[in-house]
Design a protein around this ligand. Structure first.
Ligand code: UTP
Length: 292
């Protein structure tokens, strides 16, 4: 049974500078809720209560967000703002959230290896702190169910346009069904010519604890970082791994354009702002068309 989730959130966020200079990109809001809260909510909706966040310098705001703020609660109580108070209390009661520091930012693989002591000898889920999933069935739940039936690592896969493969880790594999792939290899950020497929690793994984030994044996790779995909390559030399083209939509807020798109998409689904936003967008687009 999978009881624990690891959320890497220590990265520099260089693609989001200057906003990420002194605040974590994982705290950037999607409408009114920090990105990382959606990630925690997905883990909780998947049945996980024990969440370990990997953080580092400049990421204290994440800790504070999930902690209680008694002064603010008192202030809201005094002002009779009961709905805001309920929202605030809910955040700190979502799950048992733990934090560990990645002392040197040596890449995603290194971040995951910081979870070793906390995870111990259990299978666990990994949810990237800058990636939000929208789905009817939580994506992590979809992976967990597969792990439980197949007893092998599972990775979320997303079909991407061929021209964009260079932004992702891409798999090599054989289809078992329409949605399920047996993974036989990985290429990190390939050129269009190098890419063995257009199926990208989409920020959600379920691993057995054996991944930690693989990470310990993985040296620095591309960009001088310890790459999670290099450790996964080692893992598939010893045991099977599958990929699931999950049901749902992935939003990566780590780059500016996708962040804006995510905000627009989520805001358009909010009954309190959708209609006004649509009117605004229509007017804006009409005036832009007039200008061009
Ligand atoms: P990214 O590669 O998107 O994050 O990692 P980054 O390194 O912060 O981004 P750029 O390229 O500089 O803009 C995906 C997730 O893994 C975490 C990040 O915080 C992000 O949530 N991460 C990445 C770590 O925790 N530690 C690392 O060393 C690298």
């Amino acid at each position: 049974m999978i009881r624990k989730a690891v959320v890497p959130a220590a990265g520099f966020g260089t693609r989001f500078l200057p906003a990420s200079k002194s605040q974590p990109k994982e705290m950037l809001p999607i409408v009114d809720t920090p990105t990382i809260q959606y990630v925690v909510e997905e883990a909780v909706a998947s049945g996980i209560r024990d969440i370990l966040m990997i953080i580092g310098r400049g990421k204290r705001a994440i800790e504070e967000h999930f902690d209680r703020n008694f002064e603010l609660e008192e202030e809201l109580r005094e002002k009779g703002k009961t709905e805001e108070l309920r929202l605030l209390r809910r955040i700190s009661e979502l799950a048992n959230i733990h934090f560990v520091w990645q002392k040197e930012l040596r890449g995603l693989g290194d971040a995951v290896s910081c979870a070793r002591d906390h995870v111990g000898h259990e299978p666990f889920a990994v949810l990237l702190g800058d990636t939000v999933m929208e789905s009817t069935r939580p994506v992590t739940r979809q992976l967990m169910e597969l792990y439980e039936s197949r007893r092998e690592s599972v990775v979320a896969l997303e079909e991407v346009e061929r021209s964009r493969v260079g932004r992702y880790g891409v798999i090599k594999g054989e289809p078992l069904t329409d949605a399920l792939w047996k993974i036989t290899g990985f290429v990190e950020k390939p050129t269009v010519e190098e890419a063995p497929s257009n199926l990208a690793i989409a920020g959600r994984y379920v691993f057995p604890p054996d991944i930690f030994d693989c990470l310990a044996r993985t040296g620095t790779g591309k960009n001088n970082e310890i790459q999670l995909t290099d450790a996964m390559r080692l893992l598939i030399s010893m045991q099977p791994m599958c990929g699931l083209r999950f049901e749902g939509e992935r939003y990566d807020i780590g780059n500016k354009l996708d962040f804006i798109k995510t905000n627009v998409a989520f805001a358009l689904r909010r009954p309190d702002m959708a209609s006004e936003l649509k009117d605004y967008m229509r007017t804006l687009l009409a005036s832009e068309t007039g200008r061009s």
